[in-house]
Design a protein around this ligand. Sequence first.
Ligand SMILES: Cc1ncc(COP(=O)(O)O)c(C=O)c1O
Length: 407
Amino acid sequence: MFNPSNFRSEFPILEQTVYSKQLVYLDSAATSQKPNIVIDKEAELYRTINSNIHRGIHFLANESTNAYENARTKVAEFIGTQRQNIVFTSGATASINIIAHSFGELMFNKGDNIILTRMEHHANIVPWQMVAKRKGMEIRVLDFNEDGTLQLEKLPEMIDQHTKILAITHISNVLGTINPIKQIIELAHSKGVPVAVDGCQGIVHQMVNVEELDADFYSFSAHKLYGPTGVGVLYAKTKWLESMPPFLGGGDMIKNVSLENGSTWAEVPLKFEAGTTNFIGAITFGEALDFIKRYNFSEMEHYANTLAQDFATRLLEIEGAKIYGTAPNKASIVSFTIDGTHPMDIAQITDKLGVAMRSGTHCAEPVMTHFELKAMCRASFAPYNTAQDVDTAIAAIQRAVRMLRAH
Ligand SMILES: Cc1ncc(COP(=O)(O)O)c(C=O)c1O
C-alpha cells in the first residue's frame, strides 16, 4: 500500500516554513519537488564522475558516458521502448521544437495543415505556428466542451489529405483532462496522420507505454517527474528519427565533418543531441525513475486524486467559486476562479499564508480566452501532499476571499 507520509518524508523542501507558516506546495504541475535521492545524486555525480560524455577515453569519461547511456536505457524501459528511440533534450519545449522543425523539414509543404487542440500549452502551439508560418501552412484547432473534454467527434472531418500531423496534449495542464490518447492516435493513424503527444503532464499521472499507444512522438520534461531541471525526453519512432534531418548542429551529432565536403550525421539518437547535453541531469533523472519505480504508480495517483477531489468539493462551497475542467477522467489539477476576486490577489494572499499556488494564464492563453478570462488560480496535487494541505489551502482561500470582499 502506498504510504503517503513515507513518500513525503523523502522531500526535504516540504519541511520548511515560508513567512513563518508551514509550506503547502500546490504547484507540482509547474514543477515537482525533488526527493533526497535525486538531490544527493546530482551532487555525488559532480564529486565523482563528472567528465564530458562520448569524447574522452579516460576513466571518468568512460564512467560518465556509461552512466548517461544507462540513463537512456532506464528512460526507454520506463516508457516501454528501445534506447535508440530516446533523445535527451533540455526539456519538453526543446523536444517539441525538434519535432516541429525536423519533422516539418521532412514532411511539410505549402498548403498542408497541422491539427492542434484548444487546450494546448504554449509549448505545443508556438513551435507549430513558427513552422506553419515558414512553410505557408494552416493550423486547424480542435475545440473542447465546457467540461474540458475534447470534441473528438469533430476530429475525423478536420483531417484531409493535407493534414501532416496532429499535435496534442495527453493531459491538460489547466483543465486536468486526461485525453483518450490511444483512441485519438488510432483515429489519426486510420487516416494516415502521425501524432505528436505532449506528455508533460501525461507522464506524471499515468504509466505510459509509448509503443502500446503507438505514438509517433512523445515529449516530456524530467523536472515534472521528480527529476532535475534542464533535462527533457523526446521519444520518436525509429523511422522518424532516421528520416528527419537534425535540428541543432555541432559536436557529437556528426559522423564526419569536412570543410570541403560538408558533414554527415551520427546514428540516431545522437544525431539530435548536438553539443554537451545536460548529462549530469540525465543521469540524475535515471535515479528519479528508480525512485518512482519503488512505488505503485496507480496507488499514488489515486491518493493525489482523492486530495484534489476533496479540495474541489470544498472549494465549490465558497460562494462564486468556479472550477474549469470537470471531465470524468481528470488528473489532480484544479483550476478555478472566485467571483469578485482576482486570481493574482488570491494567490498572493494565500502565499503569505504558506500556500504555494499558481495564478495566471498557465502558458495556455487560448484556454483563458475560451472562458473569457485573463487568469485562473491553479492548485495541483502530488502524492507528497496531505489532507492537512487541503485544509490549510481551503482555509487560506476562504480568508483571502473574505479580505478581498471586505474592500
Ligand atoms: C502540458 C505541458 N506542455 C509543455 C510544457 C512545457 O514544459 P517545459 O517548460 O518543461 O519545457 C508544460 C509545462 O508546464 C506543460 O504542462
